[in-house]
Design a binder for this molecule. Structure first.
Ligand code: I24
Ligand code: DGL
Length: 263
């Protein structure tokens, strides 16, 4: 079935999932919507995040996607259940795959989750982890400075390193062995995070895990595509800025980036 997979995010962060999709499922056509004009979702209310997410999903439903990936942790945390109940195509988020990988990696059953304010406040990771392992101990930490430092482009700097060290300090009293990067942007800070923990924690990023689920669903439903195509991107923000990040991150020289508006 050559209909596209829909991927949504609050902005460009979900391109981390698109990169893995293209690597592992190169024949799958992708339509992506990034809500750059209203990014970041992390500090927003659950009501706003739900409304914005439904706007993106409705557009993709009209475009005829065969399944949907909510590539944004904050949107997954707040809206996944609602979206699954409203649409008839398969819908997955990024939280369950990351939680599953963490449970597999952890020997102590104690896991730290790093995310935005919205993700941490929703307790969605706590629920996902406890569903997999009822006795799991979860330490969640909101890292509100991480998205801005990545989006400033200065995520390799000493300043970023300082922010990471300062933010992660409160975790030191607890004895977890696995850390979930529960936000699209945090893999870009992975080296700082790893070094902060002296390389002694398992670090889980959900993009690869999510693609494993996409692959399984496509097979189960027998809706795999056979013809390779370039992805199409929609942004609510600047097409030019979006295009340059896509070109860089996905190594597509002239990506097809279009504008979309809601209301
Ligand atoms: N990374 C992200 N968001 C940005 C950025 C970045 N600017 C530089 N880099 N900007 O997210 C967000 C603001 N908008 C404005 C309107 O258009 C789009 C963006 C992380 C992206 C993860 C895939 C740094 C940077 C880059 C290229 C690739 C990766 C990256 F320039 F982190
Ligand atoms: N995409 C968001 C997430 O994964 C991070 C950026 C935002 O706050 O919108 O939680």
């Amino acid at each position: 079935m050559n209909a596209p997979i829909g991927v949504i995010d609050s902005g460009v962060g979900g391109l981390t999932v698109v990169r893995e999709l293209r690597k592992y499922l190169p024949n799958e056509p992708i339509i992506y919507i990034g809500d750059d004009a209203r990014c970041p979702y992390g500090p927003r209310t659950a009501e706003e995040v739900l409304q914005f997410t439904l706007e993106m999903v409705s557009s993709l439903a009209e475009m005829g996607v065969k399944m949907l990936v909510i590539a944004c942790n904050t949107a997954t945390a707040v809206a996944l259940d609602k979206v699954q109940s409203l649409f008839s195509f398969p819908v997955i988020g990024v939280i369950q795959p990351g939680a599953r990988a963490a449970v597999k990696a952890s020997s102590t059953g104690e896991v730290a989750v790093l995310g935005t304010l919205g993700t941490v406040n929703s307790r969605a990771y706590d629920q996902a982890l406890q569903q997999l392992t009822p006795e799991a101990v979860v330490h969640s930490l909101a890292c509100p400075e991480f998205v801005p430092i990545v989006e400033s482009g200065e995520y390799r700097s000493a300043a970023a390193r300082t922010i990471v060290d300062r933010t992660l300090q409160p975790l030191h009293a607890s004895s977890f062995d696995t850390v979930i990067l529960g936000c699209t942007h945090f893999p870009l800070l992975q080296e700082h995070i790893e070094e902060h923990f002296h390389g002694q924690k398992h670090i889980i990023s959900s993009a690869v895990e999510t693609v494993i689920d996409v692959d399984r669903i496509l097979r189960e439903q027998q809706i795999e595509s056979s013809a390779a195509q370039l992805p199409v991107f929609y942004t609510t923000g600047s097409v030019e800025k979006f295009r340059s990040i896509v070109a860089d991150w996905l190594s597509i020289p002239f990506p097809d980036v279009r504008s979309i508006t809601f209301k």
